[in-house]
Ligand binder design. Structure first.
Ligand SMILES: [Zn+2]
Length: 231
């Protein structure tokens, strides 16, 4: 999951990385040791990451529950995010059913909670995990989506699925050997994407001088007349 941005006093934070149990902040200028400072967080960025990341937990859990597809990795991109599923094929019907189910869970307003367990607690073995980093010390953090999923994770999450607003599955792409990448958007990214599509549609309506339902036909006609002219 990408790191936070913000200010320590009035000094911008450029990057945050984990070193053992510590969050190391890289800042634009030196800070005075011992000084009292106000921390401010780039909330828009943080909330976007919380939505995409918690959405991924939900998609991974339901994909496994419904179809037995295990998540082998995932990536939070600038525009879109991807869950890598351990299956060579996901059908359009499965994508549709999955999208329907995750959005039902959002409407069910399911709570998302965090608990800490000792690293040697036998319960740790029962939760979804991709393993602990080698330099891990202290307790482990489990993120629960009530009655749906338990996941070993140190990322930032929403506290209720209703904060995800909506999940749009954009479809699947061929992944690495025998894997399939599922492309998705969560929450505000769905609204942004719709806004972009809508303004493109409006521009095409004005250029092609017909309604959105006829855009494809209009472009096909234009393409064939260009071909005729080129002969
Ligand atoms: Zn997480």
């Amino acid at each position: 999951q990408p790191d936070d941005r913000g200010l320590i006093g009035d000094v911008p934070v450029l990057r945050v990385t984990r070193r053992g149990p510590e969050a190391v902040h890289f800042v634009l200028a030196a800070l005075e040791p011992g000084a009292e400072v106000l921390l401010s967080l780039d909330w828009e960025r943080r909330f976007d990451h919380m939505q995409q990341h918690s959405g991924q937990h939900l998609i991974s859990a339901i994909a496994e529950q419904m179809f037995g597809f295990k998540t082998t990795s995932w990536e939070l991109g600038r525009q879109r995010s991807v869950v890598e599923l351990d299956t060579p094929l996901v059908t359009a019907e499965q994508v549709e059913a999955l999208e329907k189910s995750v959005n039902e869970k959002i409407r069910d307003r399911v709570p998302v909670t965090v608990r800490e367990l000792a690293a040697d607690d036998p319960e740790v073995e029962t939760v979804r995990s991709r393993g602990l980093p080698d330099d891990h010390v202290g307790p482990v953090r489990v993120v629960d989506i009530k009655d749906i999923d338990s996941n070993l994770c140190c990322g930032t999450h929403v506290s209720n699925l209703s904060d995800l607003q909506v999940i749009k599955l954009l479809g699947v792409e061929k992944g690495k050997k025998n894997k399939t990448n599922l492309v998705f958007l969560v929450g505000n990214r769905v609204l942004k994407s719709l806004e972009q599509s809508h303004s493109t549609e409006k521009a095409l309506t004005s250029l092609l001088k017909n309604g959105p339902g006829e855009h494809i036909e209009a472009v096909k006609r234009l393409q064939s007349s260009v071909k005729l002219l080129q002969k």
